[in-house]
Design a binder for this molecule. Structure first.
Ligand code: SF4
Length: 369
């Protein structure tokens, strides 16, 4: 059996950013056997061995472009379908699927090999369909207002586990075209950097969703932001800022103690300079905590420095965090203060809160970075 899956001790995310120091080591191991989507082209060709050479392209396109499982690849012999199915376990096993009352949001709970669980959310808008993808099971970043952070870190997702979320959402969105991907589900995507890069490369090359339609969020892993900017030119970066002074941000986002706001803003400027794309600041609106005029004024200063777009997120309640989201009137007022100062601001529409699929709610009977 081929082993194309990196083991945890060799994992760049774990080693380089010392996630263990933030929340303890991974509680679940990576799968011992790769899934089909974990294979690169060379590994697939090696597995196919003596099969005719065209088989590699045939199988590659079936699994990577069309998202087919072995039993669905009708263009190959039955014996090969059976061999693929026996050798490679599926990456995800569906546990539940929920639809919001208005039918526009679908949330899946998937079990990974080894037992950890993750969630994926598909949001259908009039003009587009967006999938919110998880990059880790749980999260080591421990943001105080986030359901995933409260549950702790289990393990990184493999390339196959990331890609299969996209393929399943693409199928479910049909006949509407899956047009956008946001890495804002469970986990800190930049802590799982190599797998994230591989998944993005496959999404753009094989699935055909352009890099400008992909957004990766980060809570501010500064060293990884540089690598991200070098590797992924046109992929958008959304920085989960949530507070514009170090005291409050360290309380909400503990990683701020390691990479304070000043360093984070410099990293945002670097991303802007290298990619030509502005970063966006994500700001979860928490009543009486970060939604006052003085918070808006501090944010205006940072948004100007970084030339950032601001995305306000009405916060959803999570059991372990005692405060509540800002009122709709306060969100509008806050947006107005920013707008009048010339800051580009949008208010994210809340979808799927009746099925705990909205921001900060994944792993909550599961997250947003
Ligand atoms: S907000 Fe994002 S980075 Fe923070 S704990 Fe939640 S999933 Fe992790």
């Amino acid at each position: 059996m081929m082993d194309t899956t990196a083991s945890d001790p060799a994992d760049p995310g774990t080693r380089q950013y010392d996630l263990g120091a933030l929340s303890g080591a991974a509680r679940a191991p990576l799968p011992a056997r790769p899934a089909l989507l974990d294979l690169d082209r060379g590994a697939l060709a090696a597995f196919l061995g003596d099969e005719p050479r065209f088989r590699t392209d045939q199988v590659w396109n079936a699994i990577n472009t069309k998202g087919q499982s072995p039993d669905q690849i009708s263009s190959i012999p039955l014996r090969l379908r059976s061999r693929l199915a026996e050798e490679f376990p599926p990456a995800l096993t569906p546990v539940t699927e929920q639809r919001s009352g208005d039918g526009r949001t679908t949330k899946w709970l998937f079990e990974l090999n080894g037992g950890a669980q993750v969630e994926t959310v598909l949001m259908r808008y009039r003009d587009r369909a967006t999938v919110c993808v998880s990059s880790q099971a749980g999260c080591a970043m421990a943001c105080s207002f986030c359901a995933t952070g409260q549950a702790g870190f289990e393990r990184h997702l493999t390339v196959a586990e990331i890609l299969e979320q996209v393929h399943r959402a693409k199928d479910a969105a049909s006949p509407q075209r899956l047009s956008n991907i946001v890495f804002m589900g469970m986990g800190e995507p930049l802590a799982n950097l190599e797998r994230l890069f591989t998944a993005i490369e496959r999404i753009t090359t094989d699935i055909g969703i352009g890099s400008r339609k992909i957004t990766v969020s980060t809570v501010g892993l500064v060293p990884a932001m540089e690598r991200f900017a070098d590797a992924n030119g046109q992929v958008g970066l959304a920085v989960s800022l949530h507070a514009a002074n170090d005291d409050l941000r360290s309380e909400l986002v503990p990683l701020n103690r390691r990479y304070p706001i000043n360093e984070l803003i410099q990293a945002c400027q670097m991303v802007r300079d290298k990619t030509g794309r502005r970063v966006s600041f994500e700001w979860a609106m928490i009543g009486g905590v970060n939604d006052r005029d003085r918070d808006a004024n501090e944010l205006i200063g940072l948004a100007r420095k970084a030339d950032a777009h601001v995305n306000l997120i009405p916060l959803n309640s999570t059991p372990g965090y005692p405060t509540t989201g800002s009122s709709p009137q306060q969100v509008k007022h806050f947006a107005g203060v920013l707008r009048r100062a010339g800051v580009n601001v949008t208010i994210r529409s809340t979808m799927g809160d009746d099925i705990d699929a909205a921001c900060g709610q994944l792993a909550n009977r599961g997250a947003t970075t």
